[in-house]
Design a protein around this ligand. Sequence first.
Ligand SMILES: [Zn+2]
Length: 85
Amino acid sequence: MQKATPKATSSLGTIVCSMIGHNYKETNRINNVISEYRCNCCGHEVTENAQGSLEVLTPKMKDINACLSSFIQKKMRRASYSQVS
Ligand SMILES: [Zn+2]
């Protein structure tokens, strides 16, 4: 029985992506400007930075985006409470 490992698929995807480029799909929208993207082919993850260009989604950038997302959600909740009362 042969099992397909994600790593084997990823390395094949890496070869394909190096030839034709990544096929990014949005995975997490932080706000109107910043989103996280993952390549459907190789699983490479990137995010938009403050300048609007794409950079590799490192664990540090993931933490920053999660913190920013949490802050925005809290701010939106407060805004909706103030509108009700
Ligand atoms: Zn790719």
